[in-house]
Ligand binder design. Sequence first.
Ligand SMILES: [Zn+2]
Ligand SMILES: [Zn+2]
Length: 231
Amino acid sequence: MLMINFVKEFLIENPLCVCSEEILSVKKKLLTSDDTVVLKQATSKVVYRISQEQYFMQFVLVVPEEYPIKQVKIELEDHNFPEILKVNFISQATEIARKCVQPPIKKKPKDPPFEPQPSVLPVVKFLVESVKKFPVMCCPLCKERVLPQNPSEPVTDKRRRMEKLYCGHLFHFICLYKYIKTPPFTGKICPDCGNAIYHDKFKLSPQLMEARWAHKQARQRELDEVVDFLE
Ligand SMILES: [Zn+2]
Ligand SMILES: [Zn+2]
């Protein structure tokens, strides 16, 4: 009885011990000397500050009492990433946490019965990897970096602005635009990962793009002929 009381008290005072192995594993495998982790036992929170060059993100994981039956909650405290990437990071991390504790809507017949899984490690892994990779990610087409070296100097040239595809790779707008608007118009893939390119901004059908391309080429031929004539 004394032992049970001791365990109960210990759990009340150290609520984070339910995920201590995950926290340690993150520290050992994912963090570098630039990153910090602070445990706040009193509020059952873990605060991470992850950096890559001049970029950083500080987020808090709130570990619920019912962990791991219930998922961790992710709160963003501070960051200097472009807004669109920040929204992406947090929504994807939240989705990863949800999938740990909620069975899939469509169950495959051969799947074993669903059991909630601890969500701290998968969530932090995703966020740390994102913070580490995006600042140094190069455009698959021109091989130059997409995010500016200095986060407080946003890209002013609209043609060089960032575009994120569904596969997760970053491109310069102009590189992607030229790539999509030149033939062949079907079966375009991301040169980095081989996934089909899909982007809301470029919804033209292959037929329409083909027609536009032919039209542009014809115009160019006419112009070339005029030049030939004048020379
Ligand atoms: Zn590029
Ligand atoms: Zn890709």
